[in-house]
Design a binder for this molecule. Sequence first.
Ligand SMILES: Nc1ncnc2c1ncn2[C@@H]1O[C@H](COP(=O)(O)OP(=O)(O)O)[C@@H](O)[C@H]1O
Ligand SMILES: [Mg+2]
Length: 356
Amino acid sequence: MAVVELVGLTKAYNGAIAVSDVNLKIASGEFFSLLGPSGCGKTTTLRMVAGFVTPDQGQILIDGGDIVDQPPEKRDIGIVFQNYAIFPHMNVADNIAFGLRMRKVDKATIERRVREALKQVGLVGYERRFQRELSGGEQQRVALARVLVTQPRILLLDEPLSALDKNLREEMKFWIKGLQKQLGITTIYVTHDQSEALTMSDRIGVMNKARVVQIGAPTEIYERPADLFVTTFIGHSNLLDATVKESRGGSVGLALGDGITIAAPARSGLIAGQRVKLVIRPENILLDGGDDSMVRLPARIDAKVYQGALIRYQLVAAGQPLVAEVQNQAQKAQYEVGGSVTIFWRPESTEALPIE
Ligand SMILES: Nc1ncnc2c1ncn2[C@@H]1O[C@H](COP(=O)(O)OP(=O)(O)O)[C@@H](O)[C@H]1O
Ligand SMILES: [Mg+2]
């Protein structure tokens, strides 16, 4: 399987920058996602790798060799497009065989490879069905089989689940990830859905405004977001207004308001007097069971939302609103609206991010 390296990849359309200086190295067999909001340049990046868009600058290396001058059909790359429409006038077997017929592969090989592909995507017995006889998920599997049958070195998937309903999307997430691991195929997966990227990927490249702004494993992206954009794009976070008071060793003191100062991990570039946002995930705020190593604040409960397995409390602490999410366990106390509580969090589960 192949290593993919993008070096300084750049593309503008009529002077408007679509992809700017993208540098990525994707390991052999890796599941790598490009995650970002609509219009940030994900599809353009993927199409440059596939060969349908020519970069203005940069290199695309596969196993060390630059492929920028090669046409798509020479690149040995499989791509499933966002609108993965399969041919309605062909049955499943003919849909899957199509790419091989175009390549003038002999009949016996086509039959064998189509059988293999049907097995890989779990559609044995569906050979003679047409599109109208397939569910959305089954159509998606045919679209994938059509690409896998050509045995590409690299698999590119552009929002392949966006046409499916929520339950099917959940199921297909795990299925695609399982198949990718089983085949060991280097995969670049494009999505604007953070939960897809977090569950499926070995690593994620978060894109914003044509640039890759952070690269890391899902836990790093979620727990150590590089900036305020990544923080607000991935998951739900509390963002408290704070001012840096002093920096001491590995920790900074932050003034939160109401005369309250707390500790947060130091970060390069923070200076006294600077305005920052203190980032705290709702699940990292405790309403009981805190210890002396934790930040401790008095808070008032403004609202309580029962969500079954979770309870969301809307709180006010240091004059600022914040949300805590608590596992709903039978042995745990619940707190009532209007009541006072003490809240706790680990300083290391927070980040002080400069306001841009
Ligand atoms: N063929 C094109 N011609 C002109 N502008 C384009 C073309 N394709 C994409 N763009 C622009 O480039 C930017 C990035 O688009 P795209 O890569 O499709 O983003 P994403 O897939 O992240 O939603 C957008 O501003 C889009 O309008
Ligand atoms: Mg797109």
